[in-house]
Design a protein around this ligand. Structure first.
Ligand SMILES: *[C@@H]1O[C@H](CO)[C@@H](O)[C@H](O)[C@H]1NC(C)=O
Length: 343
């Protein structure tokens, strides 16, 4: 026995010495948490009229995959970002509380954006925010083809956000490059095969004005004016846009644009044989946000108080966009929204 005990003691003390070189336990990250964010399982634990958070924020290697319900959205660069999409095929207006992250990299504990879904992407970093705009085949991330979509943001109707519990992080925000930092004020629009999002830097003087939540019916052209070029993938530096305001669609100046080829950019993405039927999540039962009955506007935050133009069914079939003084009724045809934006 004695030799064993001695041997064990030697091992223990050797281990203890080595342990001193490691981070203290509280700073020792979950090795499976690829984002190293140390978030709670769900950041929103409320249960109000809009229900509970249907996904989670602890996104790690065990949650990675096409049935992930990760609601922590990472936006680092042109190569490495996530977008929000429904868990199952539906219109944005019916999915907004329960959308999940779809990413370009398999390192965020989330779903992957299927290969070929993104057809043009521009990443821009300005003094106050980072923005990603682009074109996509939206049915490949579970948005019904032709849906004109709506807005998701950090506020929502009740300050719980859309999705409920959705949080955004980046290691590339203007005031904290290299450090994963939350952007507590962000907005995101998707529909008509176009998407746009802006993560405002909390330290920026006019974060709220640049990441407004009230112009949900005005779409990408007003909220995130940019080029929206199909077939172009580039990363740029840029000036801040003007504060979001209906009628203001000036594209801010950009510079130092670095082009890339999509094939080399997004090479970790799964191929999908049947667009529109991309995923049938195994984790059913929690996939449908409450309120799929057509009572809500499709457009998320501020929808109850701002002008919306739906077809009366609550679906996202008609959103009035006012751009440059022209009112354009956007209907179901895919691509019309995008066409209006660049017009
Ligand atoms: C990984 O994420 C899941 C889902 O959020 C969570 O239940 C699990 O505890 C996490 N794993 C670790 C080691 O923290």
């Amino acid at each position: 026995m004695l030799p064993h005990i001695l041997f064990a003691t030697v091992l223990l003390s050797a281990g203890a010495v080595r342990a001193q070189n490691r981070p203290v336990p509280s700073a020792n990250p979950d090795p499976t948490d690829t984002n190293n964010l140390r978030l709670p399982f769900k950041v929103d634990t409320a249960d109000t009229a809009r229900g509970i958070q249907v996904g989670y924020n602890q996104c790690n290697s065990t949650t990675q995959g096409q049935d992930s319900r990760c609601q922590t959205l990472i936006v680092n660069s042109l190569e490495d970002f996530c977008i929000w999409g429904p868990q199952t095929l539906m219109e944005v207006g019916n999915a907004e509380a329960g959308v999940v992250a779809y990413c370009t990299k398999p390192t965020h504990g989330a779903r992957l954006i299927p290969a070929g879904a993104l057809t043009g992407v521009q990443f821009i970093k300005t003094p106050s925010y980072i923005a990603v705009t682009g074109r996509l085949h939206q049915e490949m991330i579970n948005i019904i083809k032709g849906d004109a979509g709506g807005e998701l943001d950090s506020g929502g109707q009740d300050l719980r956000g859309n999705p409920i519990g959705g949080v955004t992080y980046s290691n590339n925000l203007p005031s904290s490059p290299g450090t994963m930092t939350q952007s507590p004020v962000w907005h995101y629009f998707i529909g008509g095969d176009v998407f746009c999002m802006k993560l405002c830097d909390a330290k920026a003087p006019n974060a709220m004005g640049l990441c407004e939540h009230i112009y949900d019916t005005y779409g990408c052209g007003v909220n995130v004016p940019a080029a929206y070029k199909d077939g172009v993938f580039e990363s740029c530096l840029g000036d801040d846009q003007l504060p979001v305001k209906p009628g203001v669609t000036d594209i801010p100046a950009s510079s130092s644009c670095t082009p890339a080829q999509s094939a080399s950019l997004y090479n970790a993405l799964p191929t999908v044989s049947t667009p529109g039927a991309t995923t049938t999540p195994r984790s059913s039962g929690t996939t449908t946000p409450r309120g799929t009955t057509p009572t809500r506007s499709p457009t998320g935050s501020g929808a109850s108080s701002s002008p919306t133009s739906t077809d009366g069914t609550g679906s996202a079939r008609g959103i009035t966009m006012r751009m440059e003084g022209v009112v354009a009724l956007i209907t179901v045809a895919a691509g019309l929204l995008g066409a209006a934006i660049v017009a």
